[in-house]
Design a protein. Structure first.
Length: 215
């Protein structure tokens, strides 16, 4: 009985501490020490959205086709890696589809889950470049309110997940999002290769439908 009580107290104290100060395992990881750094990135992002089009108004749009291709396929690789980690961690721990607690242990699998959550957050930082590329290519019609709101809010939400609750049921939605992004960024990467690729992109109409499955 004493062993059970001690275990319950340890779990409670660990969870209680994490709720208020964050997961100590990720405290020293890049951008995880303070919310201030993420807030600064978000503010700079919104300033870019506001002033970027005006800056580009009298300038010729950048092409950057090769960079766009590299960027998109790099995100395909990153999304595939994260999906693999989410699935692997879920299978190893025999995830419960209805109620899966976060693993705060310092075990190999616990740290692997925390790492996957951090990479998912950092991918949202990288994806802010979507907007940057739209602006410098003068494709301002793509920079809609929904686009900006999604990118700016997802980075903040994913930071909180990685900081306080890196794992558990969040891996389901994260894994689905990674799967969608594999197809989405593959399409964008192929489209950026030029008009000759259009005949292979007949599945464009399914991208939006796939994106909607997340919600």
């Amino acid at each position: 009985m004493e062993a059970i009580i001690a275990t319950v107290n340890r779990k409670y104290n660990l969870t209680h501490s994490d709720v208020y100060s964050g997961d100590p395992r990720v405290e020293k990881w890049f951008l995880m020490n303070s919310f201030g750094s993420v807030l600064a990135i978000d503010i700079l992002y919104l300033l870019m959205v506001k002033h970027g089009p005006a800056f580009m108004k009298m300038r010729a749009p950048f092409s950057l086709s090769s960079w766009i291709v590299i960027y998109n396929f790099a995100l395909v690789i990153l999304s595939a890696y994260m999906l693999f980690e989410f699935l692997s961690c879920g299978i190893i721990r025999s995830y419960n589809l209805f109620c899966q607690p976060v693993n705060y242990d310092h075990t190999e699998i616990g740290l692997r889950e925390a790492s996957a959550a951090w990479w998912y957050f950092f991918s949202k930082v990288i994806e802010l470049l979507d907007t940057f590329f739209f602006i410098i290519r003068k494709k301002n019609s793509q920079v809609t309110f929904l686009h900006v709101f999604h990118h700016s809010s997802m980075m903040v939400i994913c930071w909180y997940v990685a900081k306080y609750v890196p794992g558990g049921e969040k891996f389901y939605s994260g894994g689905l999002n990674c799967l969608v992004h594999i197809f989405m960024y593959t399409y964008y990467g192929l489209a950026a290769m030029g008009p000759e690729m259009q005949k292979y992109l007949w599945w464009k109409r399914y991208i939006t439908e796939l994106q909607l499955t997340q919600f």
